[in-house]
Design a protein around this ligand. Structure first.
Ligand code: PMP
Length: 395
C-alpha cells in the first residue's frame, strides 16, 4: 500500500530520541535520559479521595461533554497559579488545554503557514520543534548563555527575519539546559516583541519547581501590548498522566485557540479537570509542590556533587535552580553518539544534545535528568559516565 500522506508527515520513520529512550530503558541501564517527574510523589491517595468526591457530587457533569475553554472551577485555580508568575488575569482569559503539548500544537495551527519562521532558543524543547515543523515552519536559532537567550542575537534574528511569526522560549529551568532567563532579558523580550510586532510563546512547565534562588516574574507580566502567549501545565506539579495544561492570552486570540481546540478534541478530559479542581480545594497543592522541590533539590545536589567528583575538571555544566535537567558541554567530544554507544556498553544513558537543536547542533553536549532516579543510582551512574568521558578524551 502506497499512502498519500500530507506534507506534514515526516518522510522518514526514524525517531532518534525514541530509539535512545528505548535503548536507555533496557534493564540494568542507569538512565538519565528520560524526562519524567518522580512518580513516588504523585498524590495517589489524595487524587483517589478527590475523584470519589467529584463522582459523588458532580458525577454527571464530570462524565458529560464540556466546554472547549475548560471548566470554570479549574480556570479559577489557574488564575491563582499564574499570579505566582506575576500575571494578574481572570478566568475569561484562560483556556484549559490537553497538556501544554496541545498548546504548542494549537499555536502552530493558529499562526504558522508553510515557510513561516519561528525563532527558538538554541537548544530547545525538541517536541516543540517537531510540532512547528509539522506546520511547515523554518527556524532561526538564538544562542544562549547562563542568563538565557542572548538579546543581541535575538534582535538580529528579528531584523534578519522581519516576518517571523513567533519567538518560542522556556524561561525557567529550560528543557534541555536547565538555564533560567534573567529578569532584564525577560523585560527585553517583551519590549522586542512589541517593537518588531512578533508573538512570544512563553512555555513555563517548570517555573513552580524552583528549589534555589528567587522566583522571577514571567515575560507575560511585562507584556503591555498583547504580544505574549503564556502556557503552563499541571504535569510537573501534580501528574502528567492527567494531561492538563493551560494558556493565558487576550480575549480575541483566546477565541481562536478555543475554536482550534474544538476541532482538535472538543475539550480537555472533563473528569480530570473536575478532579484537579477538587484536589486543590481539598488539599494544599503548594505544600505538595514544596515536597517536589525538596526531593529534586536533593537529587540535583547529589548529581552535581558526583559530577564534580567523577567528571574531568574542565567539563562545563549548567547550574539549575529548579526543574529536572542539567546540561553538560564537553567540546572535546566530537561525536556524542559514540559517547552514548560507549555509555550503553557501560550501562548508563543520557540524551545526546543534537536532537534539541533546530539545526545540526553542537557536538559534545548532552542532557542529564535527575528527577526520576534514586540516590545510589545517581552516584553510580555518574561515576560510570565520568569514566567513559575520561577514556574518550584521554584524561
Ligand atoms: N514544554 C516543555 C518545555 C516540556 O518540557 C514539556 C514536557 N516535558 C512540555 C511542554 C509538554 O508537557 P505537558 O504536555 O505534559 O504539559
Amino acid at each position: 500500500m502506497n499512502y498519500h500522506f500530507s506534507s506534514r508527515v515526516p518522510k522518514s520513520d526514524v525517531d532518534p530520541v525514541g530509539d535512545i529512550l528505548k535503548i536507555a530503558g533496557k534493564p540494568g541501564i542507569i538512565s538519565f535520559a528520560g524526562g519524567l517527574p518522580a512518580p513516588e510523589l504523585f498524590p495517589v491517595t489524595q487524587i483517589a479521595q478527590a475523584t470519589a468526591q467529584v463522582l459523588q457530587e458532580k458525577g454527571r457533569d464530570a462524565l458529560q461533554y464540556g466546554s472547549s475553554q475548560g471548566i470554570q472551577e479549574l480556570r479559577n485555580v489557574i488564575v491563582d497559579r499564574v499570579k505566582l508568575a506575576g500575571i494578574h488575569t481572570d478566568a475569561n482569559h484562560i483556556m484549559v488545554a490537553t497538556g501544554s503539548q496541545q498548546t504548542l500544537d494549537l499555536t502552530g495551527k493558529n499562526f504558522l503557514d508553510k515557510g513561516d519562521t519561528v525563532i527558538v532558543e538554541r537548544p530547545t524543547y525538541l517536541c516543540a520543534v517537531d510540532v512547528f515543523k509539522s506546520y511547515g515552519a523554518h527556524f532561526a536559532g538564538v544562542n544562549m548563555d547562563d542568563a538565557g537567550m542572548k538579546m543581541a542575537e535575538l534582535e538580529q534574528a528579528l531584523i534578519d527575519n522581519p516576518s517571523a511569526k513567533l519567538i518560542y522560549t522556556i524561561p525557567n529551568f529550560q528543557n534541555p539546559t536547565g538555564r533560567t532567563m534573567s529578569l532584564a532579558r525577560r523585560q527585553k523580550v517583551a519590549e522586542l516583541a512589541e517593537k518588531y510586532d512578533v508573538m512570544v510563546l512563553e512555555d513555563n512547565p517548570y517555573g513552580a519547581v524552583r528549589f534555589a534562588g528567587n522566583s522571577l516574574p514571567s515575560i507575560k507580566s511585562f507584556d503591555k501590548s498583547g504580544h505574549v502567549i503564556y502556557m503552563g501545565t499541571f504535569s510537573k506539579i501534580l501528574a502528567p498522566g492527567m494531561r492538563l495544561g493551560w494558556i493565558v492570552t487576550e480575549t480575541k486570540l483566546l477565541s481562536k485557540y478555543t475554536m482550534m481546540k474544538q476541532s482538535a478534541d472538543l475539550h480537555t478530559d472533563n473528569l480530570s479537570q473536575y478532579i484537579v479542581a477538587k484536589y486543590v480545594a481539598m488539599f494544599d497543592i503548594n505544600r505538595h509542590i514544596q515536597s517536589i522541590c525538596k526531593l529534586y533539590q536533593k537529587r540535583e545536589r547529589l548529581m552535581m556533587n558526583a559530577i564534580h567528583k567523577y567528571f574531568p575538571s574542565h567539563v562545563k555544566c549548567s547550574q539549575p535552580e529548579g526543574g529536572m535537567f542539567i546540561w553538560v558541554e564537553i567540546p572535546a567530544i566530537k561525536d556524542t553518539q559514540a559517547l552514548f554507544a560507549e555509555c550503553i556498553k557501560n550501562n548508563v544513558a543520557f540524551v545526546p544534545g543534537e536532537p534539541f537543536y533546530e539545526d545540526q547542533g553542537d557536538p559534545g553536549n548532552f542532557r542529564l535528568n535527575y528527577s526520576n532516579m534514586c540516590d545510589d543510582q545517581i552516584e553510580t551512574g555518574i561515576k560510570r559516565l565520568g569514566a567513559v568521558i575520561k577514556q574518550m578524551i584521554n584524561c
